[in-house]
Each structure stands twice: as structure tokens, then as C-alpha cells.
Design a protein. Structure first.
Length: 162
């Protein structure tokens, strides 16, 4: 029997720009859960209060040391490794991130820090970086990602703020 699809929003690097988060959430449409991948992850907590969405956040390099730099979470039979990425050197290479994800036997990795959106697979693991809602880099646009989880499968797409 097939289950209901779970829609998950992913944002990162909002750096205090809650308006860009609100816009991202509006453009995503209805989501069951929102991940904020750090650098002002408390912006996500503010959004949760204002818009009534459940938000899970991890701390980035610009966050006070009040949160974890990564979380391992299972949703709908899918194992997630959720991190900002700064402690794994993702601006230089994703090699350490890939090794860590494989070590934790994850299906999906959500990471930020680079402010550059990307989706790729390595070792059978799906990697998703939504870029930055506030300060995109390297010619990219401000954006977010949306994941759809159903029957143990995950699809991901990137979106750009209008």
C-alpha cells in the first residue's frame, strides 16, 4: 500500500533576512516540515512561530554555539544527515561530507554554507544544498529546495526566489 507523500522545505544561510524565508516558504507551497541549515537558524524558529510550520535547524558558523552542527533524522523511512557544512570544509571540497554521510549510513544529506545551490549523488547518497535565501554567490540566485518523500524514495528540486 502506498503512503502519503511528505513535502519537506529546505533553506539555508538566511543571515537575519526573515522576509526572504517567508517568500521561500510561500513559493514552496504547503510543506510538512522545514529544515533551516544554519547561519541564523533562529530565523527559521521565528518563521515557525509566525507561519505555523515545524522547523528543524542546525547551527552554522555565524550562529551562537546554542545548537548542534549536525543532526541525524529519519523521516518516512529515509535517513537524513543535516548539517551546515562548515565543520566539514564544504567550501573547498565535499569529500569529507561524503565520507561522513557514508559512515552514518545516510540516504540524503542536506547542507549549506557555500551559498550555492546544488543537487548531486555520490555513493548512492543524495546531496542537496539549497543555496542562500539572502546572499547567493557565484552568479546564482537566492533560493531554496523542496524534497518529496514517498515510499522510501526521495526527489529533490531547487527553487529560486522571485
Amino acid at each position: 500500500m502506498e503512503g502519503k507523500a511528505l513535502r519537506v522545505g529546505v533553506v539555508s544561510d538566511s543571515h537575519g533576512d526573515v522576509a526572504s524565508l517567508r517568500q521561500a516558504l510561500r513559493q514552496m507551497g504547503a510543506v510538512d516540515l522545514l529544515f533551516h541549515l544554519g547561519d541564523h537558524y533562529r530565523d527559521g524558529q521565528r518563521l515557525a512561530e509566525q507561519m505555523g510550520v515545524t522547523v528543524i535547524g542546525v547551527a552554522g558558523n555565524c550562529d551562537p554555539r546554542l545548537g548542534s552542527s549536525y543532526e541525524l533524522i529519519e523521516l518516512a523511512g529515509v535517513r537524513f544527515y543535516v548539517t551546515h557544512g562548515h565543520t566539514l570544509g564544504v567550501k573547498i571540497s565535499v569529500a569529507e561530507l561524503v565520507q561522513s554521510a557514508a559512515r552514518h549510513r545516510c540516504d540524503v544529506v542536506l547542507f549549506g554554507h557555500t551559498h550555492v545551490p546544488q543537487i548531486f549523488s555520490d555513493r548512492g547518497i543524495l546531496f542537496v544544498n539549497p543555496g542562500s535565501t539572502a546572499y547567493p554567490r557565484h552568479g546564482t540566485r537566492a533560493g531554496y529546495a523542496v524534497l518529496t518523500l514517498m515510499d522510501g524514495r526521495v526527489s529533490a528540486e531547487l527553487g529560486q526566489l522571485n
